[in-house]
Design a protein around this ligand. Structure first.
Ligand SMILES: Cc1ncc(COP(=O)(O)O)c(C=O)c1O
Length: 265
């Protein structure tokens, strides 16, 4: 009869070797999640630079700096990046993947809000509705229906943005501009969802006019939809590290910034 409680002996390892091996196996996964590659003071100075650029872009566009929300994108960076953001007074972070957010959330203060900015697969809709305060990447009716059903389990409605491929980039997710009215109509019929506005990602290009045209197209679409459906749609989530001044000039209310705050991924 084998003795219980000596699992390591079954593998031929003495107990005193088993625990260091366990640590070696699991610590490498935990280290990048817990320990930052930059000091908080470096993050603060990067943040100050971004905030100065936001203020300058707002002033040039004749908009108050408070009209633009900075959403730090913590994708691929450890939980430290989310914690730094909250410590600096930023109340929400953007993540691209459901699984990554699920791993980081238990390591972060509960006061922090999480927004999904990456493509969402249908089979993750239920989990996403419980982890995020806002899903910025809703781009089809099937996903909308699944989120609406899952959001019924939440104490409050789930905020959503409709992701539109305003730059008509074959490499990007997002509903086509022509599909937007139908998608909005379907979203407005879901009492468990709150449609706050639209989101887009500009195509990668060396020509800055490409981003400018993309942002102008999203703004025009928002204005048209808002008038046609008589709903405010206040949020325009557009602009990243490389193009946020152009997005602010076009009316962005939420810029999603990763690299400029946390360094290259
Ligand atoms: C949807 C979306 N928004 C914003 C960002 C942040 O981009 P950047 O690191 O250029 O600021 C990313 C990064 O992958 C993203 O996928």
């Amino acid at each position: 009869m084998p003795k219980r409680g000596h699992a390591s002996h079954q593998w031929g390892l003495p107990n005193f070797l088993f625990f260091p091996l366990l640590l070696r196996a699991f610590l490498p996964a935990a280290i990048p999640l817990l320990f930052s590659t930059m000091l908080f003071t470096e993050f603060q100075s990067r943040l100050a630079e971004v905030q100065t650029a936001i203020a300058a872009a707002c002033q040039a566009a004749g908009r108050p700096a408070s009209a633009v929300r900075l959403l730090p994108v913590t994708k691929t960076h450890g939980a430290w990046a989310a914690e730094f953001s909250l410590r600096a007074g930023l109340l929400a972070v953007g993540e691209n993947r459901v699984q990554e957010a699920a791993e980081k959330q238990p390591l972060c203060p509960p006061a922090l809000q999480w927004e999904l900015i990456g493509h969402l697969q249908s089979n993750k809709a239920k989990q996403a509705a419980s982890l995020f305060s806002c899903i910025q990447s809703v781009d089809n009716e099937k996903l909308l229906g699944l989120l609406a059903k899952a959001a019924a389990l939440r104490p409050t409605p789930l905020s959503v943005l409709l992701q539109i491929n305003a730059g008509r980039d074959p490499a990007k997710f997002g509903a086509e501009v022509e599909e937007a009215p139908r998608l909005l109509e379907a979203a407005l019929a879901c009492p468990t969802l709150r449609v706050q506005g639209l989101m887009t990602i500009a195509p990668l290009s060396d020509d800055p006019d490409v981003a400018t045209r993309t942002f102008a197209a999203l703004r025009t679409l928002r204005d048209d939809l808002s008038a046609r459906f008589q709903v405010p749609l206040p949020e325009l989530s557009m602009g990243m590290s490389g193009d946020f001044p152009a997005a602010i000039a076009a009316g962005s209310t939420c810029i999603r910034v990763g690299t400029a705050l946390f360094g290259a991924r």
